[in-house]
Write a protein that binds this ligand. Structure first.
Ligand SMILES: *Cc1c(COP(=O)(O)O)cnc(C)c1O
Length: 491
């Protein structure tokens, strides 16, 4: 770690919490055990676990200091493409923190958690209405787990009908989770090349069908896709797939662009996942928490994960349908995320959700319009919720996407997504979301234009950035040649 410049007079030599450990120091004390010890002796550890010995105040200060080094949506625009880093309204947090919702035991019997079951029931219904699909499960804990759940549902459907299909078609613009989920579900993924306009053509799908026929279990389509473009052939693609009994899976992580405007069910989609943490504003990043509910057409519903929440005679009950693929997550998924999503949906209403997606699209196209003179735009079609640029103009001066991203950090921003989608060389994927105001969009555009102009004029050294952060540029060669793999290796 290279220590950089102090921004707020903070202590820079923070180190790790282990560096602060002093033998015998305690953060809290437990009373002596007054119940029988149940664990067999052979499972007890012989030496202490080697945890840091620190006081409560040291823990609080260490992590509070580290938190001030971070970038967050509450500090500024977070234009990370494909991740939908939108503002999380505080009302969501207030509702999710209500003790009746936040303190329920995960194994509480249905009679004692009717309200929580109603939250799940109403959320699943709202997600059916938004997708134009018939049934929904809120159980999966992330977009990727939703993909796996959807594919396992498809698999169970095919197996019931005596068909042992092997392949899942995945366009080359897809998120890496798509082929990974296909593999986990026991399928082999076949990559489809997208056309020069950034979307999948009908001919490409027809050719795959001619080649693989009824070996195809499903195709996964992200819509709008990761280039920020609408797959306008989706309905025709669905017809071709259905013609051979294959299913159309839609990766719905980008629903923020079409909420309340277009329904996947109307496009011929059989099953999709939502990413609640993106589209419905739950705080996310750093690996969680998330929720990836799956909505399906009725022919796939019997296979959804169990238990299902149903309303019977005015009471919410749990059902375990016999053909279900079983549980995919303990409890009922990430319940706090579900509460926030329902709050967000109820707060906006159907007209409000339509406005969300219209503004998300407007904001992305506004940035694109301001930036297109300064950065190469790879596809001529207007953008949906994110705008895709490349470093083609800047590479001529020897400056690449990675350096543009680091220079943006020095201008006070989290960088956009870089080098993704993989099909676009030097990609910069910018997703402003609808929650940024015109002033914020202009500030971000100004920062990017400033970088482009300085590259053009050769006015700035771009190989040193970031220089204004607490942790500076990482020594990449040193990290590869002399890796620090344990505390003892540190200089
Ligand atoms: C974010 C994303 C995923 C993965 O979702 P996780 O919740 O991170 O598992 C999948 N597909 C697309 C298009 C995404 O943007």
């Amino acid at each position: 770690m290279t220590d950089g410049q102090a921004t707020q007079g903070l202590i820079l030599k923070e180190g790790t919490i282990f560096d602060r450990s002093v033998a015998g120091r305690v953060g809290f004390q437990l009373p002596p055990v007054d119940v029988p010890k149940k664990y067999p002796e052979k499972y007890r550890r012989e030496t202490p676990a080697g945890l840091p010995e620190v006081s409560e105040l040291e823990v609080v200060r260490h992590f509070t200091r580290l938190s001030t080094w971070n970038y967050a949506i509450d500090l500024g625009t977070f234009p990370l493409g494909s991740c939908t880093m939108k503002y999380n309204p505080r009302i969501n947090e207030e509702i999710a923190a209500l003790p009746g919702l936040s303190e329920i035991h995960p194994d509480a019997p249905p009679e004692l958690c009717q309200g929580a079951l109603e939250v799940i029931f109403r959320l699943e219904n709202a997600l059916c209405a938004i997708s134009g699909l018939d049934e929904c499960t809120a159980q999966p804990a992330a977009g990727a787990q939703g993909e796996l759940t959807g594919l396992l549902t498809i698999r169970a459907f095919h197996e019931k009908h005596g068909s042992s299909r092997k392949l899942v078609l995945v366009p080359d613009t897809a998120h890496g989770t798509n082929p990974a989920s296909s593999t986990l579900a026991g399928y082999q993924s076949v990559t489809l090349k997208s056309s020069s306009n950034g979307t999948v053509s009908v001919e490409t799908v027809v050719q795959a069908i001619e080649k693989y026929g009824r070996d195809i279990a499903a195709m996964m389509v992200t819509n709008p896709n990761t280039c920020g473009l609408f797959e306008s052939n989706i309905s025709e693609i669905a017809e071709h797939l259905h013609g051979i009994g294959a299913q159309l899976y839609m990766d719905g992580a980008n629903m923020n662009a079409i909420l309340g405007v277009a329904k996947p069910g109307d496009m011929g989609v059989d099953v999709m996942q939502y990413n609640l943490h993106k589209t419905f504003s739950t705080p996310h990043g750093g690996g969680g928490p998330g929720a990836g509910p799956v909505a399906v057409r009725s022919h796939l519903a019997p296979f959804l994960p169990s238990p299902r929440v149903r309303l019977k005679d005015g009471k919410f009950v749990l059902e375990y349908p016999p053909e279900s693929i079983g549980k995919v997550k303990g409890g009922f998924g990430n319940f706090g995320v579900l509460v926030r999503a329902l709050t967000y949906i109820a707060n906006h209403g159907s007209q409000g959700l339509k406005k969300v997606s219209r503004n998300a699209v407007l904001n992305a196209n506004y940035l694109r319009a301001r930036l297109q003179k300064h950065f190469e735009v790879p596809y001529a079609t207007p953008s949906f919720h994110e705008c895709l640029l490349t470093d083609a103009k800047q590479t001529k001066q020897g400056v690449k996407t990675l350096q543009i991203a680091k220079a943006l950090i020095d201008r006070g921003y989290h960088p956009p997504t870089v080098y993704f989608p993989l099909v676009v060389a030097g990609a910069l994927l910018i997703e402003p979301t609808e929650t940024e105001s015109l002033q914020e969009l202009d500030q971000l555009a100004d920062a990017l234009i400033d970088i482009a102009e300085r590259v053009e004029k050769g006015e700035e050294k771009f190989d040193q950035s970031p220089i204004k952060t607490i942790v500076g540029k990482v020594d990449e060669v040193g990290a590869a040649r002399k890796p620090i793999l344990s505390l003892d290796d540190r200089p």
